[in-house]
Design a protein around this ligand. Structure first.
Ligand SMILES: Nc1ncnc2c1ncn2[C@@H]1O[C@H](COP(=O)(O)OP(=O)(O)OP(=O)(O)O)[C@@H](O)[C@H]1O
Ligand SMILES: [Mg+2]
Length: 308
């Protein structure tokens, strides 16, 4: 892994006295709406995975909250003292690699600054070579740029399994790798699903279209499970941009039914996410007391480190 001389910021854990959402075992569709309380669903059949863990954050629908979810879960895990790597697997211009700052090692000429695309096209590049430090202690980024699209158009040999092969080496001591997928079910997303232990699906809490996007994702997950990665599972659904509404309640209820073994966790609406992006800071740093930050913190603990 490429180290730099720059100082990094230590991300602190949250205090214990904060108003988290309740944890329940099933989504409540019974209580009259006026009395309904939003909560995180952790079904009795859910098992948090062991570390190290590889997690694909997927929904083929654009704007579902994949990038926000990836970064805020990552920051929550780093605050718990874990070593975390984000892989930006989305070729879009203004995506994770534009939001999360990262440092190329000093003294490396710009033509030798490799990124995710090089992993697919250059046999001499390892995941370690393209894993860079960020301003946050324990958080690393594998960046990508719009030319990552070449992977989709050219599909170099081994596209499906290359990321899995590289990640299974894990010679960097990373505890959790989070893969931020793009809004497509093409070869890049397929290679993330082949590499992953878990899928986390973000769905805008009040968007019927995001739910439809997740339906297409289900078919891809089923195919990947059959052909290349039988142990893949949907570990969680994050209801992003969440406000309490009867539609959000209905959507949450439908998803809880569709993924009976997965954690269903709301991430409450925050109007300052755009400001945090412009400041190039995770929400956890930009507005550390935000309820959304608490929600992602709780979700990260339940999904990956419960019982540790
Ligand atoms: N908790 C939240 N509160 C308010 N707005 C949110 C929340 N989560 C996500 N959003 C909004 O949704 C937008 C899209 O989120 P994000 O970029 O994470 O989606 P995405 O699925 O990664 O999109 P793409 O498919 O383009 O990669 C954010 O820029 C933000 O404006
Ligand atoms: Mg995104």
């Amino acid at each position: 892994m490429r180290e730099t001389q720059r100082e990094t910021v230590q991300v602190s854990p949250l205090g214990d006295d904060l108003a988290f959402l309740d944890v329940v075992t099933e989504w409540d569709m019974v209580t009259v709406y006026q009395d309904w309380k939003t909560a995180i669903v952790v079904p009795p059949t859910f098992l948090p995975g062991s570390l190290p863990r590889i997690v694909a954050i997927c929904n083929q629908k654009g704007g579902a909250g994949k990038t926000v979810t990836t970064l805020e879960l990552a920051m929550a895990l780093v605050a718990q003292g874990l070593r975390v790597r984000i892989i930006d697997a989305d070729p879009q211009q203004a995506s994770m690699s534009a939001w999360l700052r990262f440092f190329y090692p000093e003294g490396v000429a710009s033509e030798n600054r490799k990124n995710l695309k090089d992993l697919y096209f250059d046999d001499d590049v390892t995941l370690s070579d393209i894993t860079y430090a960020t301003p946050y202690e324990g958080l690393h980024l594998v960046p990508s740029f719009p030319d990552l699209e070449d992977v989709e158009s050219k599909q170099p040999t081994g596209t499906d399994t290359l990321l899995r092969f590289q990640l299974r080496k894990n010679d960097d001591g990373i505890d959790v790798t989070l893969i931020d997928c793009g809004p497509k079910l093409g070869p890049l997303t397929a290679s993330a699903l082949v590499a992953a232990d878990d899928v986390v699906i973000p769905v805008q809490a009040a968007s019927g279209l995001d739910v439809m996007g997740a339906a297409a994702l289900d078919r891809t997950i089923a195919t990947v499970k059959k052909r290349l990665n039988p142990d893949l599972r949907v570990a969680g659904v994050i209801l992003t941009d969440f406000t309490r509404s009867s539609l959000a309640r209905k959507i949450g209820g439908g998803l809880a039914k569709r993924y009976p073994d997965a954690v269903i966790a709301p991430a409450r609406q925050n109007v300052r996410i755009g400001d945090a992006q412009l400041a190039r800071q995770p929400l956890r740093i930009f507005e550390s007391g935000a309820t959304t930050v608490l929600d992602y913190d709780r979700a990260a603990r339940i999904l990956f480190t419960r019982g540790r």
